[in-house]
Ligand binder design. Structure first.
Ligand SMILES: *Cc1c(COP(=O)(O)O)cnc(C)c1O
Length: 386
């Protein structure tokens, strides 16, 4: 299906709501049945009917259809956060005694899910450097049931060879899931490489306006039905109809926003790479990136997120850079309209806490929708004070 069809029309049965161009927010908790027979029949298959908004809701369904089509998946579920989506996908595919193989630097809360949450239920894990398929192979145990991938990750951007991972996992009957947030479905479609479940924080590119926290899962219908009927309905991690309507609005411009962020980040990373105060640029689509060839092979673009190592003599010197920046907001998250900076030095020297293992001179930037030259001007001024 054409991307324009997905973003502009798919799932929107306008004749069902007065031919309104924009879908209504169906703000209801429950749905009524017109007969006892229908009640009995529809209640027995909540996955396929409107019963209660912890399950299905028509506004949320429009979003699900668009997201599934974007990933080339049969179906999708949407959640109240990216972590709800990731945790649900993982929990749905393990039981006590199982073993998970995960890439060694996943999103921070994914790591907490594996390190601190799942061991309470007897689920163990190994971390592997996912840049080499042999590391996955060596980590497989008889009780390995799930591989958790994240390619690229959102700080230092290590990749996995998705086709190789899917092939290896299939051979051993292991389910594969991937956090595909960095690329969005426009720049990478893991299911096309044989991965079973694509997961996203929708908080970042999919909604794209820094005003909704949400998550999504995409997979075949059998997997989605399985997750819906037990894990989703039990844990109750729903997205509200209001948030779904905002996300549908955000999706209208996904293609435009992502391309703009990508083009600007390409320009800005090339500029930074040549700057004497920058030690190294980490961006999968920059030729200096170690896995640049693999990135080109399995991704169509890299979007607006990259990191650099500052060349600064001391933490104090590095801090002057952040004080001088005026056009980047100091904040976590990414994928919205606004450009952001995330200084690792903020996770150092916190009283009563161990310093983060991430070097203090690593800085993550997210490039939003502003004019890249206007952002470069700001970077130039701030780099000059280091
Ligand atoms: C933000 C983020 C998440 C978590 O998503 P939430 O919507 O904040 O729960 C997961 N993975 C990546 C790569 C992220 O950037």
């Amino acid at each position: 299906m054409h991307l324009s069809e997905i973003l502009t029309h798919l799932g929107e049965n306008r004749q069902d709501y007065f031919n309104a161009v924009s879908p209504p927010v169906i703000q209801t908790s429950n749905f009524t049945f017109d007969s006892l027979e229908n009640f009995r029949q529809q209640f027995s298959d909540e996955f396929s009917h409107h019963v209660y908004s912890r399950g299905n809701n028509p506004t949320v369904e429009i979003l699900r259809k668009k997201i599934a089509a974007l990933e080339g998946a049969e179906d999708a579920l949407v959640f109240g956060s990216g972590m709800a989506a990731i945790s649900t996908a993982v929990i749905a595919n393990v039981k006590a005694g199982d073993h998970i193989i995960c890439v060694d630097s996943p999103y921070s809360w994914t790591k907490i899910l594996l390190n601190d949450f799942l061991p309470r239920f007897g689920v163990e894990h190994s971390y592997v450097d996912g840049r080499d398929i042999q590391h996955f192979e060596a980590a497989i145990r008889p009780n390995t049931t799930l591989m958790v991938l994240e390619s690229p990750n959102s700080l230092t951007f290590e990749l996995q060879d998705l086709a190789a991972c899917a092939k290896l996992a299939k051979k051993h009957g292991i389910i594969t899931c991937i956090d595909n947030s960095y690329c969005s479905p426009l720049f990478q479609r893991p299911l096309d490489f044989g991965i079973d479940i694509a997961m996203h924080t929708g908080t970042k590119y999919l909604n794209g306006h820094s005003d909704v926290v949400m998550g999504v899962l995409c997979a075949n219908r059998e997997m989605i039905r399985k997750i819906f009927e037990l894990d989703y309905m039990t844990l109750g991690p729903v997205l509200s109809p209001h948030a779904a309507a905002l996300a549908i609005r955000g999706l209208r411009t996904l293609e435009l926003r992502l391309q703009r962020s990508h083009d600007s980040a390409m320009k800005i990373t090339h500029w930074l790479h040549k700057h004497p105060k920058i030690e190294q640029v980490l961006y999968p689509f920059h030729p200096s990136f170690l896995q640049h060839e693999l990135a080109k092979k399995q991704m169509k673009g890299a979007g607006g997120l990259f990191s650099v190592y500052l060349r600064a003599a001391s933490k104090i010197k590095a801090e002057t850079f952040f004080r001088r920046l005026e056009r980047f907001l100091l904040a976590v998250s990414w994928g919205g309209h606004e450009s952001l900076v995330l200084p690792s030095v903020a996770f150092h020297d916190i009283p009563g806490r161990e310093d983060s293992p991430i070097p203090w001179n690593l800085v993550r930037f997210y490039i939003g929708l502003e004019d890249p030259d206007w952002l470069i001007e700001d970077l130039e001024n701030a780099l000059a004070v280091i």
